[in-house]
Design a protein around this ligand. Structure first.
Ligand code: GLC
Length: 436
């Protein structure tokens, strides 16, 4: 609960749709490593040394960086909040941290890249979230565990035997303090990630609440930014559960203090910019993911991986704009909406808010849609994109099949009469006004 008694996640639940940004020096190599992409993991996947990886630090030159442009695109896509990587697992910091030289101001970028983003998001009315990696493959006291790029460097492993994670922990806490005191109000912090006992510690080297000092860290976060939303990857229950790259089949079981889940999804399988990856999800699939999440009481945090020159690439922009075109007309079926107490017909989803029920049609049916349990409950129905009426009919359950008269529908069914041609929007939505 926040100070005023409302759940801390109230704004987040209402917003439903946000932009995830993964931006760092991994946008220079920009290549796919292994089967499941994840270009931001390159240092670990290719087992690059600090020296190899410095090439990307030295050539990170985002001369086309346009924070206002990013914020405008997010807002125009209908997103209401943004979560940006302050530091990813490679340890590179986007802001001007006093604790390290491994930061944007020391690359050709020559400045703090986080501050202008925060300002641009705020001025567009977007809530601000920070993604912060608990893992750090650059810090000299971070152990050479199973994910570490130098895990097979026998010589370094001998030298690194005495690494003291307590020193890294102090660095982690110090940087989080810096981020939560130097950038005004931060609405959301997304820590990433813990790999505890369930995740084969004999291979990966297990890290969780003890290594991160999660209890202490969480206390500090709450004290510095009361009201901030904290995700669930500290190895402690957080405010929001964060399933990644899959759509839950039903509302996720929430535990601890959690009250919300948020699906983390990519546009093309990679979080960081991946130049040659063409596995772009079609725009209608992205909208369907958003709708599917809201119909199961969840959010969508949709990722972009900007380029090394500081731009959202053309394909990402095209997708965001297509989504925005849909959101402009349909956001009433998303913002502040949640699941409905009715079962939707096949290939459809319901979202609802108050006495409005929104039927999202993923696959266009033959002429009619039969809605179970809604007979007698609907006062008016219209397409949301143009406000035009959708005609309804309640078929007599006693009707026997006879040529063109519909029959065989269970009692309580409401039938909608649809045009033959599917409306030309990514996902057609029918708004049903329920009787009180
Ligand atoms: C992960 C990955 C990562 C990505 C992320 C997004 O656990 O390690 O590269 O940042 O989560 O949810």
């Amino acid at each position: 609960m926040s100070d005023d008694g409302a759940p801390r996640t109230a704004w987040l639940k209402d917003a439903r749709f946000g932009l995830f940004i993964h931006w760092g020096i991994y946008s220079v190599p920009a290549r796919q490593v292994g089967k499941n992409s994840l270009a931001e993991w390159i240092k670990s996947r290719e087992q690059l040394s600090d020296r190899d990886y410095d090439l990307y630090f030295d050539h990170f030159d985002p001369d086309l960086f346009d924070p206002e442009g990013w914020a405008r695109e997010a807002a125009d896509a209908g997103m209401r909040y943004v979560v940006v990587t302050t530091k990813h697992h490679d340890g590179f910091c986007l802001w001007d941290s006093a604790f390290t030289r491994y930061k944007a101001p020391n690359t050709p970028a020559g400045r703090d890249l986080l501050r202008p983003l925060v300002e641009a998001f705020r001025s567009r009315g977007l809530k601000v979230g920070f993604y912060h990696s608990l893992i750090d493959w650059h810090h000299p006291e971070f152990p050479l565990d199973g994910f570490h790029p130098q895990r097979n460097d026998e010589e370094l492993k001998r030298d690194a035997a005495g690494r003291d994670i307590a020193k890294y922990r102090a660095y982690l806490h110090g940087q989080v303090r810096e981020l939560l005191t130097g950038y005004g109000r931060v609405d959301y912090i997304f820590f990433d990630f813990s790999y505890g006992p369930g995740l084969r510690p004999e291979i990966w080297g297990g890290k969780g609440p003890d290594e991160w000092g999660s209890d202490e860290l969480l206390d500090m976060v709450r004290q510095l930014q009361p009201g901030i939303v904290v995700n669930d990857r500290l190895g402690l229950p957080g405010d929001v559960t964060t399933p990644e790259q899959y759509q839950p089949a039903s509302p996720l079981p929430l535990h601890g203090g959690q009250s919300l889940w948020e699906g983390e999804q990519t546009l093309n399988g990679s979080w960081g910019y991946d130049r040659d990856n063409a596995e772009w999800k079609p725009p209608e699939m992205l909208v369907q993911m958003l709708v599917d999440g809201v119909s199961k009481d969840g959010n969508l945090l949709l990722n972009v991986g900007p380029t090394a020159r500081g731009e959202l690439d053309d394909k990402a922009l095209e997708l965001l704009r297509e989504i925005g075109k849909w959101m402009r007309r349909h956001n009433g079926a998303i913002y502040g909406c949640g699941p409905a107490p009715f079962t939707a017909p096949p290939d459809c989803r319901y979202t609802s808010k108050g006495n409005r029920l929104f039927l999202h049609v993923f696959c266009w049916p033959f002429g009619h849609l039969h809605l179970s349990g809604l007979a007698g409950h609907v006062q008016f129905a219209r397409f949301l994109h143009d406000g035009s009426e959708v005609q309804r009919e309640e078929v007599d359950p006693a009707q026997v099949p006879n040529t063109v008269r519909m029959a065989g529908l269970p009692p309580g069914t409401l039938t909608l009469k649809l045009p033959v041609r599917r409306p030309d929007v990514l996902v057609p939505v029918i708004e049903l006004f329920l009787r009180d």
